[in-house]
Design a protein around this ligand. Structure first.
Ligand code: F6R
Length: 617
């Protein structure tokens, strides 16, 4: 969603904030802004529609003017992206500055009240309402101090937020608060950092406090970090964590885009996801989260998987895996639909939430509902200590490492890896999966990182070349059957997100029930056709497409003849068990989407209108 950076210390605040904003730009990038508490104790704000580079173009005169400041990179919720709607927002008296990530749901009521008291508003944002509410409490409450005014205001609003606030009369003090959106405080020597995640300060300190839900903190060099509950001002002892994140992990490492880097990281990220969990020689899957709650899973009346977007596609494959190997009924739900349709869910159910960011508001809201109804909640998250991982009863991290490109790639294949482990573990435990089959599947799963290495080595150049033929294409179809139907959905999503070409995924057999009407010589159809998995049926589907002159891009196993002979473009991948084939087949589809987008001149890492973590419902 939006990214927040704050700083108080001895360094040039402009540099710290701007560099931090660049690292957080993946969270939102339609506008950016900065406020500095200058050495003469006056505020200076610069903000603009556009990217951090646009902000730098209008603000570089602020370099070396301050040691305290904060900035924001925005993904618009209230009000279009514009200079006026960009953060920071100032209170009417010009003394209070605020940056905000999230949504204040009752902003309209508060705005009406403030207008009646004479406040005026320059923007359409909910944030400007909050900063003026703080001024209102400062103006109208006797002997109130700045943090208390922030606390009073936060107690009046509902919604989701992470905020940082500065006051001109309280130089060097940053007040932060969190409800539903993440905020980390970096503890340096004689300096403090604030950020939506730790990436802006990882090169300066490895110590951080992740602010908990409903907490706020007052931060200054004089008094350190004072954490309180927003509700009743109770003091909280800070829990300091050691960061494992390295600078290398959040830099591009020679790749043109994060997305390409992340695609190429997949042999390692899958290996990391398996490490310590899959002990092939011993024939064991060790997953503490599952192990401790095996009976919950195997006695579950059903498992419901909740997720959004790419994670939802992973969930669909999870359904196939768990039903095939553990024979436990599984339903996969869009979190946003589950939440609002009064689902049948109770204490006999297990709910698995899948989320790369662990912050997705729709998934979070669905989980809260499932929790209220007594279900056992299991999380599959990539971001350690994220909000979703905190509210689950148990879970497994994917260990894919930071994913910065907005289009999810390595997190998806890591999610599939975890789901495969869960399905095999449950199947083995409840006796649906015999030992011989289990042993053969786990050794195949263990071989997946090597197979992806092979895919990257053998298909990259070919796909890079082939993608040139599709730069002016307007529509794409993606087809697959069985396990590869969700892989087709995911391939289509990747293409549309980053290249803005319309693409749809379908189960291959569904083509004849409608989409076949779209097929002509201008329609490229990506068809995932590994040998294992309804191959004969796929052959017929390809024949149907060719009869209508569609252009077939076939993802087949090495040495394939039948489909390859009919296809216009052939991408060969190594053979693997059907259930793992979407992990391998997804990689060339990611590359195809990537190169088509690159040739179309799209901003691959920051596609228009999207943000990496969607923290509003
Ligand atoms: C697609 C993509 C989104 C996310 C979705 C859920 O490339 O990134 O569709 O998958 O917004 O996000 P998480 O997994 O963070 O809950």
């Amino acid at each position: 969603m939006c990214g927040i950076v704050g700083y108080t210390g001895f360094q040039d605040a402009y540099d710290v904030v701007i560099n931090g904003l660049r690292r957080l730009e993946y969270r939102g990038y339609d506008s950016a802004g900065i406020v500095l508490d200058k050495k003469d104790n006056s505020f200076e704000v610069e903000k603009t529609k556009g990217k951090v580079d646009d902000l730098v173009a209008i603000s570089h005169h602020l370099k070396n003017t301050a040691h305290v400041g904060m900035g924001h990179t925005r993904w618009a919720t209230h009000g279009v992206p514009s200079d006026r709607n960009s953060h920071p927002h100032l209170s009417n008296d010009g003394k209070i500055a605020l940056v905000h990530n999230g949504i204040i749901e009752n902003y309209d009521t508060i705005k009406t009240m403030l207008k009646e008291k004479g406040f005026t508003f320059k923007s359409e944002t909910d944030t400007e309402v909050l900063v003026n509410l703080i001024q209102y409490f400062m103006d109208t409450t006797t002997d109130i101090d700045f943090p208390t005014a922030v606390r009073f205001a936060l107690n009046e609003v509902y919604g989701a937020y992470a905020i940082t606030v500065m006051h001109e009369d309280h130089p060097g003090v940053l007040v932060v608060g969190r409800l539903g959106s993440p905020l980390a405080i970096g503890l340096g020597e004689n300096e403090y950092f604030i950020a939506s995640d730790a990436s802006p300060f990882v090169e300066f300190t490895k110590e951080a406090i992740y602010l908990e839900e409903g907490h706020m903190a007052t931060i200054s060099l004089q008094n350190g970090v004072d954490i309180r509950t927003i509700k009743d001002n109770s003091k909280i002892e800070p829990a300091v964590q050691q960061l494992k994140l390295s600078l290398e992990q959040i830099e591009k490492g020679g790749y043109e885009h994060f997305m390409l880097k992340e695609i190429f990281e997949q042999p390692k990220s899958i290996h990391d996801t398996l490490r310590g969990r899959l002990l092939v020689e011993e024939g064991i899957i060790k997953m503490a989260g599952i192990w401790d709650h095996l009976e919950k899973f195997t006695n579950a009346q059903k498992i419901t998987i909740i997720a959004c977007g790419t994670s939802w596609h992973a969930g669909l494959i999870g359904e196939y895996l768990i039903e095939e190997f553990a024979r436990i009924p599984v339903e996969v739900e869009y979190a946003s639909e589950f939440r609002y349709r009064n689902p049948i869910i109770n204490e006999k159910d297990v709910v698995i939430a899948i989320s790369q960011s662990g912050e997705t508001a729709d998934t979070m809201a669905a989980l809260k509902l499932a929790k209220e109804r007594g279900a056992f909640i299991y999380g599959i998250c990539n971001v350690v200590d994220s909000s979703i991982s905190r509210i689950t009863d148990a879970g497994s991290y994917t260990h894919a490492g930071p994913e910065i490109g907005v289009a999810s790639t390595k997190a998806f294949t890591a999610q599939l890896t975890i789901l495969a482990l869960i399905a095999l573990k449950l199947g083995k435990h409840n006796g649906n999966l015999g030992n011989a089959e289990f042993m053969s599947l786990i050794s195949e799963l263990n071989a997946i990182p090597k197979k992806i290495e092979e895919v990257l080595a053998t298909t990259h150049d070919l796909i890079k070349e082939m993608a040139k033929d599709f730069t002016n294409t307007h529509n794409f179809l993606y087809l697959g059957r069985g396990y590869n139907y969700p892989a087709a959905l995911e391939g289509a999503l990747k293409l549309k997100e980053i290249s803005y070409i319309h693409a749809e995924g379908y189960p291959a057999a569904e083509m004849k029930h409608g989409p076949i009407a779209l097929i002509d010589e201008n329609m490229p159809i990506v068809i995932i056709a590994p040998k294992r998995g309804h191959y004969d049926k796929i052959v017929s589907n390809v024949q149907e497409i060719k009869a209508r002159k569609g252009k077939v891009i076939a993802v087949v196993n090495k040495g394939d003849v039948q489909v390859a002979e009919m296809a216009d473009y052939v991408i060969e991948i190594p053979d693997t068990s059907e259930c793992f084939s979407p992990i391998v087949a997804s990689v060339p589809l990611q590359l195809l989407a990537y190169y088509i987008a690159v040739y179309r001149g799209a901003n691959v890492d920051q596609p228009r209108n999207l943000a990496k973590s969607v923290t509003v419902e």
